[in-house]
Design a protein around this ligand. Structure first.
Ligand code: TMP
Length: 211
């Protein structure tokens, strides 16, 4: 009898929230969890994650542009990211952790900027018709707590970080609305708690879904 060595199914987990919600420490904790659980770990981010994507990130975060250009470049960078990094890693059976994905476009470009969500549904259908994250964390926090964490107003703040509280309130609400209709894919975590409490919630969820 021959035994076929099939790689285990890859997993795709994304991290979302308004700027200053505290994703970075949670991504670090989740990375440690996945490595200790024996997964090949791939950590990436959007916009970015590839040489071309990182160039687009620089433009997206610092160059003034039409709002639809911004949305289209987000999806262009994502197309490259899926082709170069995400899909090959998932095919190898890796655990892919990504700092933001398409939920961010809905939250920021639809919720924040007010662009029509139907356009993003069409772009999503084009760029990743059969791919969605297996799990998405939304770190939910009020814009004033997030602003205090970011120390907004610092000289090197990017285009998004310079936005006002009402922009982040709309982004936050768009994340919550999307979570409510996600059928459990998007898990909202209260990021106003201590880092330790947020981390415990993240690890418990990873263990329950993939442990
Ligand atoms: P980061 O600071 O969390 O790395 O994200 C970069 C910024 O890009 C952040 O302010 C959110 C924004 N963004 C969008 O507006 N739309 C998107 O689709 C993505 C991926 C990020």
């Amino acid at each position: 009898m021959s035994v076929r060595n099939t790689p285990r199914q890859g997993r795709f987990v994304t991290f979302e929230g308004i700027d200053g919600a505290g994703k970075s420490s949670q991504i670090a904790a989740a990375s440690k969890w996945a490595s200790q659980a024996g997964w090949e770990l791939v950590c990436s981010r959007e916009p970015g994650g590839t040489p071309l994507g990182e160039k687009l990130r620089e433009l997206l975060l610092h160059e003034p542009m039409h709002l639809e250009t911004e949305a289209l470049l987000m999806f262009a960078a994502r197309r490259e990211h899926l082709a170069q990094i995400i899909e090959p890693a998932l095919a190898r059976g890796a655990f892919v952790l990504c700092d933001r994905f398409s939920d961010a476009t809905y939250a920021y470009q639809h919720g924040g900027r007010g662009l029509d969500a139907a356009k993003f549904a069409a772009l999503e259908q084009w760029v990743h018709p059969t791919r969605q994250p297996d799990l998405t964390f939304v770190f939910d926090v009020s814009p004033d707590i997030a602003a205090a964490r970011l120390v907004r107003g610092r000289a090197d703040a990017d285009k998004f970080e310079r936005e006002q509280q009402d922009f982040f309130q709309r982004v936050r609400q768009a994340y919550l609305d999307r979570a409510a209709s996600s059928g459990g894919r998007i898990v909202v975590i209260d990021a106003g708690q201590s880092i330790e409490a947020v981390c415990a919630a993240v690890l418990a969820c990873l263990q329950e879904r993939f442990g």
